[in-house]
Write a protein that binds this ligand. Sequence first.
Ligand code: 5AD
Ligand code: SF4
Length: 477
Amino acid sequence: MEKQRTVAIPAEAELARQMEYIRQIRQQNDEYFKKTGEQKKFYSLAMGCQMNAHDSEKLEGMLDEMGYIRTEEETDADFIIYNTCCVRENAELKVYGKLGWLKHYKESKNPNAIVALCGCMMQQDTVLETIRKKYRHVDLVFGTFNLYKLPELILARQESGSTIFDIWQQQEEIVEDLPSIRHFPYKASVNIMFGCNNFCSYCIVPYVRGRERSREPEDILQEIRALAADGVKEVMLLGQNVNSYGKTLEHPVSFAQLLRMVNEIDGIERIRFMTSHPKDMSDELIQAMKECDKVCKNLHLPFQSGSTEILRRMNRKYTKEDYLELVRKVKEAMPGITLSTDIIVGFPGETEEDFQETLDVIRKVRYCTAFTFIYSKRTGTPAATMENQVPEDVVKDRFDRMLHVLNPIVHEVSEEQVGRTVLVLAEEVNKQDEHILTGRTEENGLVHFAGDKSLIGQMVPVKIIENKTFYFIGERV
Ligand code: 5AD
Ligand code: SF4
């Protein structure tokens, strides 16, 4: 296995190299088309977070340049790529399930199909061992630091005839300007930083995505200007902890400063960002959010647990009171802002009293949405070896009780939107009914409304007429 490698080649030269490999593969695929009349097809699946979804846009962009066309049918593909997640065990089990199925697919239907695995799960040694032993039909395995090497790895696989493993432990240089296919024409994700330095004690991310690296502001702005020129109206700035953006740059820039610069870009109408860590959410940032007219009135602010003692053992570096005070400041600065969050139930040692503190935060903050998770033990993290792991039945019971508190609040918070007339960025046609469009409000509410598909990509004034808790029914005005 190739490990601990670092790249000495500068990023631009690296990009040029990969573009040359892309050209070679394209030539092969074009010849295949001439011979058979068929185009090679790829199937791409991104699991987990928005970071992975965005990484997959780049993988798909490269595959497209190589002359593969996308298929939504896994059973029809010549190239299958899973961009994996390992934040919770379930995500990993899903990959193993799919690999079992793929073995059969290759044996019975398409022995030449290439199966590629990449992303967070592949950064773990135990996973690589399992793949070596049990899933020999996998062709390519790479991680989170070298996805731009996909073209080179495909050629290497052709030459070697055996599984290629290419896993790196870190990557300093950021390879800019990879081809990419956006999942939506009018909204786009933009990485502003990679990795995480926080080491929350339950979380595997810092081990699989490495240390924090911020992109240069000028590279980010240039990308967003190009997106705007291409018709994009809404950008989502992505990072594991955007609030600490820019601290490690040679000329440090704060996230608040970056927001102000993005706010100046013509054509961009909405700015969103995730994820914010409460410990790094500065007054300067709240002020910038308030003053930048394009920054949406919606904030994703994970609190994880309401118990100060659990937060301490999670290594979150804030108390319940700090969090509530922060929320107070945010709401005071931006009345009407909606908040969403992430919550973990069943962290080791969580008592009923600790759990009640979590319910208390839910009741006090009143979220418009929350992503709720049962604690999942991740080997290699400090929490995995903590004493007092909470029994499964206790956790399940708490989880259900939490939803009983949370869902009525989400419904009530949504009720506040009913009767308002708001701008909805029309994003797509409803899959069941082509006369219905779907889009989001500034506050990130999902709205279905009757309208023609020519409205896609526009900011449409819509009156919210019905609250369905997790989405709204609206009417064009
Ligand atoms: N178990 C359960 N949830 C987790 N998360 C991260 N690690 C774990 C884990 N081991 C959740 C956190 C984080 C979100 C992306 O995933 O809530 O904010
Ligand atoms: Fe994981 Fe904490 Fe980093 Fe988020 S901030 S990615 S939860 S370690």
